[in-house]
Design a protein around this ligand. Structure first.
Ligand SMILES: [Ca+2]
Ligand SMILES: [Ca+2]
Ligand SMILES: [Ca+2]
Length: 578
């Protein structure tokens, strides 16, 4: 699945760029970041014109950002080019085209065998929606006894999350049967007018589950069992997503997996942590199907902060996405390794600057190479059913190397990924009942030799390789496997210490950017009045804190440098060189 932020994609019709307000349009030319708060000209016609090239890239399904009519004014200086500020749920925004353009997009896509998914924002309306100030519509919004909106001040309070204003926008009261009926009517209208294949539902956790139960069953009734529903529950932990797992959405977005990918491939967390994320996903979400991602329009692009290694790491993360279970969702521009931000000082900078640059219309030679490499991965995914529908079983994991098997019927694929920036040599013992006869490489640069149950590997830096395996099929393998404590050559042992003259600290742990801030006890020992810690880290810059006796989070008083943490305190800041 390919996600397109309509305004930032291709401009197929320059006559609609300014919509109904000339001030809404200001083209970005790389010297004027403020322009990114305005419309950039992308539209539905531009997507229709691009269908062939998207299809050639291996895309089979396109999710488009909301096209419904958005506010015609700016919102605290930001124009709603992203589409999440609805003002009329029954029309197409004038910047994106007309109903005819929308129908043409869906029809043309269907002729080519492509599917189109609409993005439906049902949580809120624009701040200047005509219902605001309409006495007959007061009960359509979540308001307190004084008619004031609720704020979300506590992100652990589910009621607040459902009735509070998201980004300060008026919050629809789906508890009101009239509102629910209205949103169902909206859905029916777009399904019947266009014959679209499915919806991506925005901000699912901000709308009561009771609404979703009714919504899902009514949509199924009106559009059939094949109509696809993709729920966006933006929580980082599988347990937080679990309540939404059996409501009938075909897929939920794998946000925990997004964080796992970010931590491991972007920030250097070990494969052990990575694999545990997926164990937790499986435990909490069971058979729920997941739409997987390395980034999207709501978070920084994957490559932000990676410098020279950016594409190598991004290609590796995409390699994981294309060889792992789930439905890979690619944010438009990823195929070119598109930059995450244009402005030098990105601290505190909103989404518009971080991850919503216009799509490269004239890619440079380097971007074309990236696209070619991206297509190799989509071709691989299409070629093997084992990758899209097969069983997943771990064969080996250490700090940087992950080997796993994907199998479907007679098709068996061995995938080995190396998350180290160094060439790695290792041997892996595989279960004897696999009876590997022959391995034929179908992707990647690594080299393998088989001797009985031993696989001898030479793995290229930041690489993923795939072999077709001729051996015993349908062998029962355990899904998880023991962690092997082997460090790749790009790790250094970092020494930290904590002065504790009164022996008050029985246990010292450390949490930081390198382990997703999950406290972990690394090797530690006491030497008279001082506790010493040794932890392996890859080159990079890391924020961290100590955790004393399992409860007390403190700043390392002897840190080499300090940074401000998001709660106003200080983190230790650690720089590990090459
Ligand atoms: Ca246009
Ligand atoms: Ca509009
Ligand atoms: Ca809400």
């Amino acid at each position: 699945m390919y996600f397109i932020l309509i305004d930032r994609f291709v401009d197929g019709d320059p006559t609609n760029n300014a919509g109904d307000n000339p001030e809404s349009y200001l083209p970005y030319d790389s010297s004027n970041p403020e322009a990114l708060k305005h419309y950039q000209g992308g539209d539905l016609a531009g997507i229709t014109q691009s269908l062939d090239s998207l299809q050639a890239m291996g895309i089979t399904m396109i999710w488009i950002s909301p096209f419904i009519d958005n506010s015609n004014t700016d919102y605290v200086k930001w124009w709603p080019y992203h589409g999440y500020h609805p003002i009329d749920f029954f029309s197409v925004d004038e910047h994106f085209g007309t109903l005819a353009d929308l129908k043409e997009l869906v029809d043309t896509a269907h002729l080519k065998g492509l599917k189109i998914i609409f993005d439906m924002p049902f949580n809120q309306t624009a701040a200047d929606h005509p219902w605001i100030g309409d006495a007959s519509k007061t009960s359509w919004y979540n308001l307190d006894a004084e008619g004031q909106p609720y704020e979300i001040t506590n992100w652990h309070d589910q009621t607040q999350i459902e009735i509070g204003e998201l980004h300060g926008l008026p919050d629809l009261a789906q508890e009101n049967p009239e509102v629910t009926q209205y949103l169902l009517d909206v859905s029916r209208y777009w399904i019947e007018e266009t014959g679209v294949d499915g919806f991506r539902l925005d901000a699912v956790k901000h709308i009561p589950i009771s609404f979703w139960k009714r919504f899902v069953s009514e949509i199924r009734e009106m559009a059939g069992e094949d109509f696809a529903l993709y729920g966006e529950v933006f929580w980082g932990k599988a347990a937080q997503i679990a309540p939404y797992a059996n409501l009938g959405f075909e897929y939920l977005f794998d946000i925990p997996g997004y964080y796992a990918i970010q931590n491991t491939f972007n920030k250097g967390a070990p494969i052990d942590d990575f694999s545990r994320f997926y164990e937790d996903n499986a435990k909490q979400l069971g058979e729920t199907k997941l739409a997987t991602l390395i980034d999207n329009h709501d978070v920084a692009r994957f490559n932000v902060g990676l410098g020279e290694d950016a594409w190598a790491k991004q290609r590796l993360a995409l390699g994981w996405l294309m060889t792992a279970p789930g439905l890979p969702v690619i944010y438009s521009g990823t195929e070119y390794g598109m930059d995450g931000y244009p402005v030098k000082d990105k601290d505190g900078t909103p989404q518009d600057f971080l991850n919503r640059l216009p799509y490269p219309l004239t890619p440079d030679p380097e971007q074309r190479v990236h696209k070619h490499e991206f297509e190799e991965l989509t071709r691989l995914r299409h070629k093997y059913t084992a990758l899209s529908h097969g069983k997943f079983a771990e064969l080996y994991k250490d700090w940087s190397i992950y080997a796993y098997l994907r199998s479907y019927g007679d098709e068996n694929l061995l995938v080995c990924l190396n998350n180290a920036s160094t060439q790695e040599f290792l041997s892996i013992s595989v279960p004897a009942n696999l009876r590997i006869q022959e391995l034929v490489k179908v992707y990647g640069e690594s080299v393998i030799r088989v001797e009985g149950n031993e696989l001898y590997l030479r793995m290229a830096p930041n690489s993923l390789s795939v072999w077709e395996m001729d051996g015993e099929s349908s062998v029962e393998l355990p899904e998880g496997i023991e962690f092997t404590n082997r460090l790749s050559a790009d790790y250094s042992q970092i020494h930290l210490f904590y002065y504790d003259p009164d022996s008050l600290v029985k246990k010292i742990e450390i949490a930081g950017d390198f382990n997703n801030w999950v406290p972990k006890a690394y090797d530690s020992f006491r030497q008279s009045d001082t506790l010493h810690l040794e932890l392996p880290l890859k080159p990079g810059k890391y924020n961290y804190k100590f955790i004393l006796n399992g409860v007390e989070w403190i700043t390392d008083p002897n840190a080499a440098e300090f940074s401000i943490d998001p709660y106003g305190g200080r983190n230790g800041l650690l720089t590990v060189g090459q």
